[in-house]
Design a protein around this ligand. Structure first.
Ligand SMILES: [Fe+2]
Length: 276
């Protein structure tokens, strides 16, 4: 079993891919942009983003977003940035980023399909951004896109030794989150923390301390999230651990927590289809 919706940390990105999905995203974005900016074409916007020129509006250009994510990832790893601060900053950056310029950066990145899909997993692609000279960047985080059709789902699961943030860049996604309160006899003790539908610019960060369990289902015919993944946060431990759990089949406690049994990836897919 692969690591569900997360990705390996390999630096091997042999495939440059002019991805049809990203073309579609850009076309959709072009319609939006042309409505707002009149004579400006998306190509002008892409050119501006590539040159790291001032954004056409007040949104944060992708280059700055990538660099700020790097500072945050390094800070989280070193302990200079708390998990709470990392959540707050990631959410703020998601609201500020110019998604059109981020999509442009994804298009010029090295993009590699992330192996064989498992059951109802969304389609995963590893993203390695290029610097201003076109060279692949080495960052403290890995990046990926996850594209959903209506049958795809990221089933509820917890994590260890890592942090991640899904940000919607296209379509709408229902995000359900839970805190990890403890562990007990083959189960996680979890507390519901959120259940909402979010669109472009909405982020769902996850750390050990906050929203450690999450669950994503698409709300539109297609939806894409862009993910920042920081693994190896606990020296001497595995790079990361993904733990599917069963919140709906769990035992509700008087204090609002749920004793949610751990389950296999296969059982998780069977019990949590995209329509649930
Ligand atoms: Fe996850």
């Amino acid at each position: 079993m692969i690591d569900h919706h997360h990705i390996d940390l390999s630096d091997d990105f042999p495939v440059d891919c002019d991805d049809p999905l990203l073309r579609q995203l850009m076309n959709r974005r072009r319609m939006l942009v042309s409505g707002m900016l009149g004579a400006f074409s998306v190509y002008a916007l892409v050119h501006e983003a590539r040159a790291a020129a001032p954004a056409l509006d007040s949104r944060l250009p992708a280059r700055q977003w990538i660099d700020r994510q790097e500072e945050l990832a390094q800070g989280l790893r070193s302990g200079a940035v708390s998990e709470k601060s990392w959540h707050d900053e990631v959410n703020r950056l998601a609201k500020e980023v110019d998604i059109a310029s981020l999509v442009a950066e994804i298009r010029r990145a090295r993009v590699k399909p992330a192996g064989q899909r498992f059951m109802g997993d969304p389609i995963k692609r590893k993203i390695r951004f290029r610097d201003e000279n076109g060279m692949p960047m080495k960052l403290a985080y890995t990046a990926a896109t996850f594209t959903f059709d209506p049958s795809h789902v990221i089933t509820p699961h917890g994590h260890k030794h890592m942090a991640s943030a899904h940000m919607v860049i296209d379509g709408k996604v229902r995000v359900r989150t839970f805190d990890r309160v403890g562990e007990k006899d083959g189960a996680l003790i979890i507390r519901p923390t959120g259940d909402h539908v979010t669109g472009p610019g909405g982020a769902a960060p996850m750390t050990t301390a906050i929203d450690n369990i999450h669950w994503f289902t698409p709300e539109t015919q297609s939806a894409t999230t862009f993910d920042v993944i920081i693994s190896n946060l606990d020296p001497g431990q595995d790079a990361f651990l993904i733990q599917p759990v069963d919140p709906l089949g769990g035992e509700k406690q008087k204090d609002g927590t749920i004793i949610a049994p751990l389950m296999s990836f296969e059982a998780s897919m069977d019990q949590y289809p995209s329509t649930k």
